[in-house]
Write a protein that binds this ligand. Structure first.
Ligand code: GAR
Length: 192
């Protein structure tokens, strides 16, 4: 069983699906040990409480440098024997301190078919651009914005008449299905 940490900043919908799926027979290779959030009172924190998963609130501005902020996170990860990190709506750039400590062990989900529509609002940007299709991407994390090596992508056709809420709903459906499955596959490789 590979011990996973999930990082989130807001809603925590992906976090919840990753935890819930890990309780199903099909997803036997990983267990979610903890959630890391970068602010107080997020909905993700509330979900962690309801799911019985420890939540660590580590707030960047309480540290003198980004390096010290990430060192604190590494301390928590080491104490809990974390081997894989899943960013799930964690809206920060990871720097070399954490990247070096977890080389090729940090993955992210992005709500667009990269390299299209990177950044904070992948869904809104695709919608506003009038795109006919978009999708979801799971990729390794590097120091750029949504720019690391792609692990898996799925396309989604945007149908005539969809509003942004419908597009968000369809994107999240894909995310909640594929992220646990990919984490399970990656964990299997780490384990073997
Ligand atoms: C998700 O759609 C995720 O793909 C996106 O934030 C949302 C978080 O939702 N991430 C990014 O845009 C990263 N660039 P959630 O908190 O309900 O999982």
């Amino acid at each position: 069983m590979v011990k996973i940490a999930v990082f989130a900043s807001g809603n925590g919908g992906n976090f919840q699906s990753i935890v819930e799926k890990s309780k199903e027979d099909k997803y036997i290779n990983y267990s979610v040990e903890l959630l890391i959030v970068d602010k107080k009172n997020s909905y993700a924190e509330k979900r962690a409480k309801n799911l019985g998963i420890p939540c660590y609130i580590v707030i960047p501005k309480e540290f003198s440098t980004k390096e010290n902020y990430e060192k604190k996170i590494i301390e928590i990860l080491n104490e809990n024997e974390i081997r894989l990190i899943a960013l799930a709506g964690y809206m920060r750039i990871i720097s070399s301190t954490l990247l070096k400590a977890y080389e090729n062990k940090i993955v992210n989900i992005h709500p667009a078919y990269l390299p299209n529509y990177p950044g904070k609002d992948g869904i809104g940007d695709a919608f506003k651009a009038g795109a006919k299709e978009t999708g979801v991407t799971i990729h390794y994390v590097d120091e750029g914005v949504d720019s690391g090596e792609i692990i898996y992508q799925e396309k989604l056709k945007i149908k005539d008449g969809w509003n942004i809420e419908k597009l968000e709903e369809e994107i999240h459906k894909i995310e909640h299905r594929i992220y646990p499955a990919i984490l399970n596959e990656l964990s299997k490789k780490i384990k073997d």
